[in-house]
Design a binder for this molecule. Sequence first.
Ligand code: PLP
Length: 495
Amino acid sequence: MKTQTGAPAPFVDLPPEAFRALGRETIDLITAFFADIRDGAPFPAQQPADVYALFDLPVPEVGEDPHAILADWTAKIIPNSSVLGHPKWFGFVNGSGSQIGALADALASTLNANLGGWKASPAATEIERRTIAWLGELIGYGANTGGIFLSGGTMANVAALRTALSNKATWDIAAHGLQGSGGVRRLTVYMADHESHVSFQSAVDLLGLGRGALRKVPSKPDFTIDVGALEQMLDDDIANGMTPFCIVGHGGSINVGALDDFDALADIAARRNLWFHVDGACGALGAMLPELAPRFVGMDRADSVSFDAHKWLGVPYEAAILLVRDPELLRQAFATQATYLQSSLPSEYAGLNYFDYGPQLSRGWRALKVWMSLRLYGAEGYRAMFRTTIACAKHLHALVVASDDFEVVQPEPELYIYSFRYVPAALKGNDAKLDELNQRVADELIKRQIAFTMTTRIRGRVTQRLSICSHRTTLQDIDETVAAMRMVGAELIAG
Ligand SMILES: *Cc1c(COP(=O)(O)O)cnc(C)c1O
């Protein structure tokens, strides 16, 4: 902020009136963003090099006028940004960004609580603890479980595997790591082959297990893990000297939203004394719907369940939750000792220290935006929104079934992720050309700023893949997107 003489201000707080004016200016920008979200483009037209050049500026040696800084939001940032909350944003698995979540982030930053230790965040810690209990209860995992907020589903899977390792390895992992007492052993983790999420590659990388530790179990035609094949693979691997320690079930898989048979996986894990983790990053919250709850039977017996609040729950990044049946096991996996963290003498101010339950020491206040969103919409508000997104995915499936230029590649979706293939008559049977065409159709929708769609591969072939995760998406958005694919596809073939 420039002073009246034009000299840059030192690092001091603004007087309340000046701060309020700046705040009002900011809230006007936020309000305009939400009001215009449907009319804007989901993806910017600029090329990566243009966006790079725009921000290739020298270090600001002298402070700038705050109004000029805010002006860049409208002039430079928004026109060069992807709008993940756009009703026709169907990429990756991105939440739509709740309004109250954005405000909650401002409030969380205002208090600037550090959710590592209780002493640095008394109320904030209890809000995190309560939010975790609410979510556990809502998905039928029980309110008495423990857990922790993490940055995303990837880190939640890392933390889950770390906890599994420390609990199931037959030696003291904290003391000896993977070296074990008697030399190297091959610790292995199991999940379905087709739909296993790439985050487990990161997890085994970070934990030093090596990618070979990921054992991919054949999946069934519906893309869920084949539990018979799992049993066979476990027997074979043990006979070959491996030490299985964890089974992963997917609660909503990444391409088709498949739900593994959690009950069967829980049985196998219990019988063989393995850790059972459910990666529910995109779909575990489906258990909140009574009509879907039967599909989640057995998830309540998992040792850990993870899901992303920045996906279906629609809060702004970053927020994922790892739930564990027994919080003590989480503590054993992560607790460290330092006199400067604990205070060296017993104190009456000993509350829950989240730094003992996860990999982070200093932690931001991720739970506030979830706590506020849950209170604003209520569980019922969320259920209604979930049903709308699922209805959009089922509608898309119905359109594909009824058409003769789109091909079904998966069962009717139970969640909000759906893959299908564009197969116009002219190219039927020519798989290589169809792969290329499907990619070009998706690229073209982005380029023309019609919708943001992506492709994936289903059983080796390129397909369209839509993640319909936004409370702003309507059936009409789905109709328009399919119509646009058809129009663009026809042009490309003619072209
Ligand atoms: C999104 C996703 C992840 C990774 O979550 P991030 O928040 O992106 O780290 C893991 N597993 C599944 C099934 C997912 O959909």
